[in-house]
Design a protein around this ligand. Sequence first.
Ligand code: HEM
Length: 432
Amino acid sequence: MIRIGPNEISCINPQAWQDIYGGHKPGQNFGKNPLWMSRKQNTANSILSASDADHHRIRRLISHAFSDKALRAQEPILQEYVGILMRRLHEQTKAGWGSAVVDLVEWFSWTTFDIVGELGFGETFGCLTDERHHSWSALVFSHFKAASLVTSVRFYPLLERFLRWWLPSPVTNRQGHFQLSREKIHRRLKGGKTTPDFMSYVLDPKNEERMSLQEIETTFNILIIAGSETTASALAGTTGYLLNNPMCLATLIQEIRSNFVEENDINLTSLGKLPYLSAVIEEGLRMAPPVPSGLPRVTPAEGGVVCGEWLPGGTDISFSQWSAYRSTLNFSRPNEFIPERWLQSNRTSQSTFDKKSTLQPFSFGPRNCIGKNLAYAELRLILSRMIWNFDLSFPKEMGAYDWAKQKTYVLVEKQPLKVRLTPRKFVKYTLD
Ligand code: HEM
């Protein structure tokens, strides 16, 4: 635990996850730090900023959309979009006379964004089809960048007005993103769609608890943002480190290609049984956490205990994922990509030293990520079908991949990930 500001503590001890973010007795939870919360857009709280009581109600309502049953119903949609991604990438390699260098950061973002649009409102953004960012997806990252910069000036209340004026206008204009989501939400509310999407669970008349229209607007805005950029980051980070480590890539290739003769055999049930794929994903999330900085909380008024230390009420506190995952206090050889450390069968001293519970990329406790299982499903399907279809390598101009070279504004400002794709010889894709 270290002090990083006059009233601010940062932790990397795994016990801190439970102490800060775990459920406490009523009224004693470490609340979200109000400095980081904005309610300007329509004055209603979203799932992220709601009080504990409102959060409980909202989360119960939308949790149906993230149950195991819902995920099983969503699998055909996930497969459909991953199929479009594969087709589009095959088109690129065909146009490149057998192979192509593509920026996987873009392709992954387009895919996760299209998926969350379809699952959220039953309406794709068409990024994969158009091969470009939708005006909304282009605004997603700037939303977070804006939130971080606007928050950082709030640390200097006397100078806030002056500093806000100095911020570039695209940063302060977060309203654009919100307006686009509001239009989409209202179209969906009027449309009377019958196939299930996230919205249909919220609108289900059987649910006695309700969300106000404003809460729906803010929460669905957050859902789209939280569900697209993060998963794309995990895909990019994991792929980058796999390509840095040919032995790990070869082991994963062996696992995927020996288990699936036909691409159609790849499904979530069969993928859940592949230990090396799961280990690669865990290690990717450790080396390249999509939410690397601390999730800001405040100790309750009567104070609280974190890692055995009593802290007075009103202390700002967070768990820093990036620092924790790269610390020798928690992991042996922390800067090396070693998926084997996550294999149950691995009983080496290195693996037993690692404090596995440190890794909580989806956070912990009652306000952890509601989309965790969906995210794992996307990661498994996209990584495995990429490996099944293509041989991947870095083009010469791309040096060793390093997640740490990118900037963080709550989320990571991803740099291009240029990868050469060569279809496996016998794979014949029908291109439209
Ligand atoms: C690898 C992918 C993902 C990562 C690493 C991730 C990470 C996180 C983290 C760390 C939080 C806690 C935020 C906080 O405490 O302030 C969170 C919350 C949340 N995430 Fe994710 N997320 C991912 C994917 C998704 C997906 C696919 C969705 C939905 C489509 C989603 C929806 C949400 C929502 C709605 C919350 C707020 C939950 C609440 O407050 O109850 N996330 N996520």
